[in-house]
Design a protein around this ligand. Structure first.
Ligand code: 8GT
Ligand code: MG
Length: 313
């Protein structure tokens, strides 16, 4: 939860994507705060500027590029001993000009998967996660027929799905493990990630472990893999923050076909809950592909869905 007694310096920074999907980083000059480390280019918002105006100015000053298309990616609050920063991070998907270090700083393009190997300021960990995560997350429907399930999954991967929560409550433990291994192998052919919802045993090849909201209260962290969680309100999101999840799904944001009359959060409550945590959050519940932009405008990483992502890509 943001510390309201602290005054956060508003900093805008950019995950700049080139045509090949790589990300442009700059090295902070040694005399600066957190000098020598890699950064997402950007700087302090000046008074009277909107965040996007500040970002456009900073990227022109530092890199000589003009922002043409950008959208919010994540906000991270971090308290350094000497200052507190609100890192307001945008994804820049179109720009003009050739990026170069106009202030003498080293700049370089890296793939998202290379980012965890580089040294960044300590505030940047959630930004790296957000940069590695796609805007849509597929939660698998119950697998009734294994061959058909894998065929459907392959089609979704061909259509661009890069994050899968494998959930199969109806399977016995052995069957879950066997199918999970096939799901992971298939997804990895597409460089997609698989997080496992309630695996009966740890599976080393998985990319992460996904906790149900009740598991939030007693499950320890598994080193080396992502930890994600399903949350239903701000309190559960706070708990997920306490145990150090890498990302979360927050639901139900909109009414769902499966629970038509049930209470839902709505976008305003989604945005308020997301504002209070420092990790990527997907909107879940009643999501269609067309909601990606709305989710992002409300501070989310994107959307998570079973039906619309499985049936509708
Ligand atoms: N631009 C940028 N700043 C970051 C990142 N991570 C991070 O903790 N910061 C912190 O955000 C603060 C402001 O960034 P900045 O030094 O780029 O600000 P600026 O461009 O206006 O620089 P200036 O003060 O030299 O004019 C610094 O304390 C810096 O350490 C990051 O990835 N990118
Ligand atoms: Mg700067």
């Amino acid at each position: 939860m943001p510390n309201t007694a602290v005054e956060y310096l508003h900093v805008v920074a950019a995950v700049i994507r080139g045509n090949d999907g790589r990300i442009l980083l700059a090295q902070r000059p040694t005399h600066q705060h957190q000098g020598g480390k890699w950064e997402f280019p950007g700087g302090k918002v000046e008074s009277g500027e909107t965040p996007l105006q500040g970002l456009s100015r900073e990227l022109h000053e530092e890199l000589g590029i003009n922002v043409q298309q950008a959208h919010p990616l994540i906000k991270v609050r971090y308290v350094y001993p000497e200052r507190a920063v609100l890192l307001d991070v945008w994804e820049v998907i179109a720009f003009s000009g050739v990026a170069h270090g106009r202030e003498g700083q080293l700049v370089a393009w890296y793939t998202a998967e290379q980012l965890p190997t580089l040294e960044f300021p300590p505030a940047n960990y959630p930004i790296i996660t957000a940069a590695r995560l796609p805007e849509r997350c597929l939660i698998t429907p119950e697998p009734h027929n294994t061959a058909e399930f894998l065929h459907q999954l392959e089609q979704r991967l061909h259509a661009g799905i890069r994050l899968v929560v494998f959930r199969a409550k109806s399977l016995a433990a052995d069957d879950y493990v066997a199918l999970a291994r096939e799901v992971i192998a298939l997804a990895h052919e597409f460089e997609a990630k698989v997080v496992l919802n309630s695996p009966p045993i740890p599976i080393a090849e998985a990319d992460g472990l996904h906790l149900t909201s009740s598991q939030l209260w007693h499950t320890p962290r598994r080193a080396g893999q992502w930890l994600s969680a399903s949350c239903h309100d701000g309190r559960e999101l706070q708990r997920a923050a306490e145990i150090g999840v890498d990302f979360a799904l927050l639901s139900p944001v909109l009414p769902t076909l499966s629970h038509p009359g049930a209470a839902h959060l709505g976008w305003a409550a989604f945005a308020a809950a997301v504002e209070d945590v420092n990790f990527p959050v997907y909107a879940l519940g009643g999501m269609e592909n067309s909601h990606v932009a709305t989710a992002r405008l409300n501070g989310g990483q994107g959307i998570a869905a079973i039906r619309s992502v499985w049936d509708g890509v």
